[in-house]
Ligand binder design. Structure first.
Ligand code: SAH
Length: 233
């Protein structure tokens, strides 16, 4: 795990994108309750500055959301970490032999959250409604050598052909849980999604047990861009 990311030569440097600023971000995430070492290692390894416009590269290792164009944002690292932790906690340990668990992300955006999941050795499927954002994200996946399946579609329908998923991460806020996504969750799986209105939302963690029963908890108060219907180029 983690080794899948192509080495970034500049990551060893001392600049605003180098190892020192990344280590500071990891410390900050720890202080704010992120405990899973696998998640912290993935965040240290994935070059977040390659997922934002050059103009924002020097701020890429601050624990803050940043604009990515089209009125959208790359999520705050703490939120990415918390969502990833919640999904990982539910997954069975997978060895070299067993196929890696499948995780679906709704809202590719910059591609950062998908890259973190892929760095953890998961089989990642991601759906984005804005074609231009998806094209740029796909280029990043290629540059970093990440094997991520992506699709230009309305994420409200999920990805039924690939279901069920052991984990689902929704990175845009809806007023209620999306039924198609809950349906595409495998028994024993976890779906993490921000639910609520424009101001602030609850980050819900929905667990489906072996019998298909749903149990939900509230992980945090968060602010996400809205989950919108339809697709645009
Ligand atoms: N996970 C992203 C965060 C992107 S912000 C990252 O790591 O950068 C949320 C994204 O959800 C936006 O790109 C937005 O276009 C997308 N989105 C909103 N509604 C959607 C829908 N119905 N289907 C797919 N993507 C959607």
């Amino acid at each position: 795990m983690i080794a899948r990311i192509r080495l970034q030569p500049e990551a060893v440097g001392l600049g605003m994108t180098g190892q020192r600023v990344r280590d500071r971000l990891i410390e900050r995430l720890r202080e704010n309750g992120i405990r899973d070492e696998r998640v912290l290692a993935a965040i240290r390894a994935v070059p977040r500055h390659l997922f934002v416009d050059e103009a924002f590269a020097t701020r890429a290792y601050e624990d803050t959301a940043l604009p990515i164009g089209h009125g959208q944002t790359i999520s705050q690292p703490w939120v990415v970490a918390r969502m990833t932790e919640a999904v990982l906690a539910a997954l069975p340990a997978h060895g070299a032999q067993a196929p890696a668990p499948k995780v679906l992300e709704i809202g590719t955006g910059s591609g950062y959250q998908a890259a973190i999941l892929a760095a953890l050795g998961l089989r990642v499927f991601t759906v984005e409604r804005i074609g231009e954002l998806l094209r740029v994200a796909r280029k990043r996946f290629r540059t970093l050598g990440l094997d991520i399946r992506s699709r230009h579609d309305d994420g409200n329908v999920g990805w039924p052909q690939e279901a069920p998923f052991e984990g689902i991460v929704v990175t845009a806020a809806a007023s209620a849980l999306v039924p198609a996504l809950v349906e595409q969750l495998a028994p024993g799986g976890v779906l993490v999604a921000p639910v609520g209105g424009a101001g602030a939302q609850s980050l819900l963690c929905v667990r489906k047990d072996a019998e298909g029963r749903i149990e939900q908890s509230n992980l945090a108060s968060v602010v996400f861009v809205p989950l919108l219907p339809g697709m645009v180029d």
